[in-house]
Design a protein around this ligand. Structure first.
Ligand code: CMP
Length: 139
C-alpha cells in the first residue's frame, strides 16, 4: 500500500522571492496536511549529504552550492498516496516541461531552481523526513 507521507523543500530562490506563502497555499489547498515544517539554512556539508545520490552527476556541485545559498523551507506532508499525489502537484523536474498549473511550472525558473523538491518514493520520503525531523527517525 502506498504511504501517506512525503517530504518537500521549498528551494532558496523561491524563499528569497517570497513565493513560500503561495506554494504552501497550493499544497494545503490540494488536500495535504502539514506534519512538520521549518525554515532552515543548509550548510554545504548538509546539502552535499542530502543530494549524495546525485554526486556523480555533472550538476551536483552547482546544485549543492545553490541549495546552501539561503534558507529553505523543509516540510513533511500527509495525504493518501502522498508521494505520487505530490509529484502530480509539482510537475516535471524541468519547469519548462511541467504541466500547466503545477508548482514547478508556476514558480520554477530552471531545472536547478525548480521551486521545490519532492520525494520520489515512500522509502526516500521517510529517509528525507528523518534527515530534517528527528521525530521521523523511527516512523
Ligand atoms: P530535486 O527534486 O530537488 O532533485 C534533484 C535535483 O537535481 C532536481 O530537483 C533538480 O533541481 C536537479 N537536477 C536534476 N537534473 C538536473 C540537470 N540536468 N541539470 C541541473 N540540475 C538538475
Amino acid at each position: 500500500m502506498a504511504g501517506t507521507i512525503t517530504f518537500t523543500m521549498i528551494k532558496p530562490e523561491a524563499v528569497r522571492n517570497l513565493q513560500s506563502g503561495k506554494i504552501l497555499d497550493a499544497i494545503i489547498n490540494s488536500g495535504f496536511s502539514l506534519r512538520a515544517l521549518k525554515l532552515v539554512s543548509l550548510s554545504h556539508e548538509k546539502a552535499s549529504k542530502f543530494y549524495e545520490i546525485h554526486k556523480e552527476r555533472p550538476f551536483y556541485n552547482d546544485l549543492v552550492a545553490f541549495m546552501s545559498s539561503g534558507p529553505v523551507i523543509a516540510a513533511v506532508l500527509e495525504k493518501d498516496n502522498a508521494v505520487n499525489a505530490y509529484r502530480d502537484l509539482i510537475g516535471a523536474t524541468n519547469p519548462a516541461e511541467a504541466a500547466t498549473g503545477t508548482i514547478r511550472q508556476l514558480f520554477g525558473t530552471s531545472i536547478q531552481n525548480n521551486a521545490v523538491h519532492g520525494s520520489d518514493s515512500d522509502e526516500n520520503a521517510i529517509m528525507e523526513a528523518a534527515f530534517f525531523f528527528s521525530e521521523f527517525d523511527r516512523v
